[in-house]
Design a protein around this ligand. Sequence first.
Ligand SMILES: Cc1cc2nc3c(=O)[nH]c(=O)nc-3n(C[C@H](O)[C@H](O)[C@H](O)COP(=O)(O)OP(=O)(O)OC[C@H]3O[C@@H](n4cnc5c(N)ncnc54)[C@H](O)[C@@H]3O)c2cc1C
Length: 385
Amino acid sequence: MAITTPHRPPAHPVYVIGGGPGGLAVAAALGARGVRAVVLEKSDAVGASWRAHYDRLRLHTTRRLSALPGLRMPRSFGRWVARADVVRYLEKYAEKHELEIVTGVEVFRIERDGAEWILHATGGRRLTGRAVVVATGYNHTPHVPDWPGRDAYEGELGHARTYRNPGPYEGKDVLVVGAGNTGAEIAADLAEGGAARVRLAIRTVPHIVRRTTAGWPAQRTGILVRRLPVALVDRMGDLMARVAVPDLSAHGLPRPTTGLATRQREGAVPVQDVGLIDAVRAGKVEVVAAVEAFDGGEVLLADGTRIAPDSVIAATGYRRALEPLLGHLDVLDGDGRPVVHGARCPREAPGLYFTGFTNPISGMFRELAIDAERIARRIARSSAK
Ligand SMILES: Cc1cc2nc3c(=O)[nH]c(=O)nc-3n(C[C@H](O)[C@H](O)[C@H](O)COP(=O)(O)OP(=O)(O)OC[C@H]3O[C@@H](n4cnc5c(N)ncnc54)[C@H](O)[C@@H]3O)c2cc1C
């Protein structure tokens, strides 16, 4: 009698959308648990965001606390890892974990089909996954406010995403808009790199912290205080700022009136000083009021001033841009962010996971590493059932 084994089709893979550190970390953690994961990356290589960042960027989180599961960053990278080394690390990471990555494939829409997920992607692809991890990035689509007169502005206006180095701005009068980490660093870079005049337009005064104080990294403090009450952290932050950061009120940068943790809750991470304090004190970066509008070749500021810089660089943030992909699934909050992250799935969407959509003071690489393990553990457990 012939014995036949029942034919079981191979299980569909888990699709991970995005080949940045978040997606790679999840794929590696899944692989380590024997779960097949396929990473879909719309660009032609992993780490697309880090390839595109400005030249002088370094991680402001430490090398040790920024490593992803299963691969340390080499000591030779130093404590504050350079942008190019982050890219090298991500390439090595994919290689070491033998990740299955398909580049040049963008996922446009995700739909539920019974217990499975259908992904509509480049080239008319229709892919079926048993679970999907969305890792398309917190800083997905550059956002430039819809300032009145913006489109008719006669000067040069670009987003920080396209800024590489101060070279093209040598001898120019430049206005940087927005004092987050990116705006602050680009302003300092321009001032050090030969721009004739650099102004930084600020709407809300940022919290500025030293990257290290007596050798102790700000990130470690962020980790320690993360679970403490907001009011307590606000007070601690205020105290530390008074000790470590000079009063820059005379230069247009008074101390913020809302606490550091309160602001963090609203989505604003503190600015790590990598040159702004010195540049402001030396008058190399002038702080000006927020941008209100454009008028021909002029920029109108909130205090009524009109200025006429050669170039404006909008360091005004990014959007998650998740709506086309999964807005129809009712899994986003009013700000367009996923309602859950890590090992939890939205109630209506079992098998749909998100990583990289929070911005904690403890460091996002660290958070991505933690969430990767949690997501992989959960998926592996549900696959074993
Ligand atoms: C200037 C800057 C400096 C930062 N510095 C630090 C730091 O020092 N320490 C720290 O911990 N964090 C830092 N972060 C925050 C965060 O760690 C990084 O943004 C990190 O790259 C986030 O990883 P990710 O994988 O979530 O997103 P990304 O790195 O943005 O990767 C997302 C990937 O998804 C791809 N993709 C997007 N949409 C699709 C789609 N529909 N289909 C297929 N592929 C898609 C993109 O091409 C991209 O490769 C920084 C962020 C910025 C912007």
